[in-house]
Design a protein around this ligand. Sequence first.
Ligand SMILES: *[C@@H]1O[C@H](CO)[C@@H](O)[C@H](O)[C@H]1NC(C)=O
Ligand SMILES: [Zn+2]
Ligand SMILES: [Zn+2]
Length: 273
Amino acid sequence: MSSHNSSELQVLCSSGQLLLQPLWDRLRTSKVPIQSPFFPVIFAIVTYLGFCLPFVVLDFLSPWVPALRRFKIHPDFSPSVQQLLPCLGQTLYQHLVFVFPVTLLHWLCSPSLLPPEAPELLQLLRDVLLCLLLFDGEFFVWHVLHHKVPWLYRAFHKVHHQNPAPFALATQYMSLWELFSLGFFDMVNITLLRSHPLTVLTFHVLNIWLSVEDHSGYDFPWSTHRLVPFGWYGGVAHHDLHHSQFNCNFAPYFTHWDRILGTCGLHPPGVQW
Ligand SMILES: *[C@@H]1O[C@H](CO)[C@@H](O)[C@H](O)[C@H]1NC(C)=O
Ligand SMILES: [Zn+2]
Ligand SMILES: [Zn+2]
């Protein structure tokens, strides 16, 4: 009976693996040198700027396209070049001067081997969701602490609050300590779980996308917080309000921690739930 069950389970699992195998084979054998010491930092920069770019273009267009402004949380705000350039400059500077040496050190200490087998789809989804929840909780604690303790706020978190109306490129406008804390929360659990490299990659891409969406200033009908049921995901509506009000919505993505602690902010006017 139990052997019957376990073989059924195996079939189910390997079919999930078969789904991802072609993708993994292509990645593994592609010309993209995923095992190069330069890959992590270049990947982080390219993914981040790639996700920001559409919003930068939309912000340039929005003064001329009224239809676009309907989706903006601050309809009349568009970042100026003088606001965009420091953000871009700081991201490149921090990644090249600080993130690169750290990822290089990590590469030297633990060279990763790429397994020939793809991960199982269900396991990938489970690990990614679990790590997203852990990241959300870890950053929530960090974030509350850096708002409640005045010197922590002034020394480490104030920089990120320089833009009361956020825009995509302001996502990573933060102190070095905040960047490394976020990087640590992003890495620690997915590493501890010994996830498959494809799972790790998926989690990083999703995390970068969600953080950019949080700051984009655009609330589209397809924004993540409108796709997740029960208002469980706060996303751009919640995080944008955090930037204008400071005292609510400390969790970056989900709403459960702010609901439990009573720090869930009111939804901004005009945003339908
Ligand atoms: C996730 O990371 C935290 C530290 O940030 C650690 O306490 C926790 O045990 C980790 N969880 C898992 C499942 O690895
Ligand atoms: Zn904050
Ligand atoms: Zn923010």
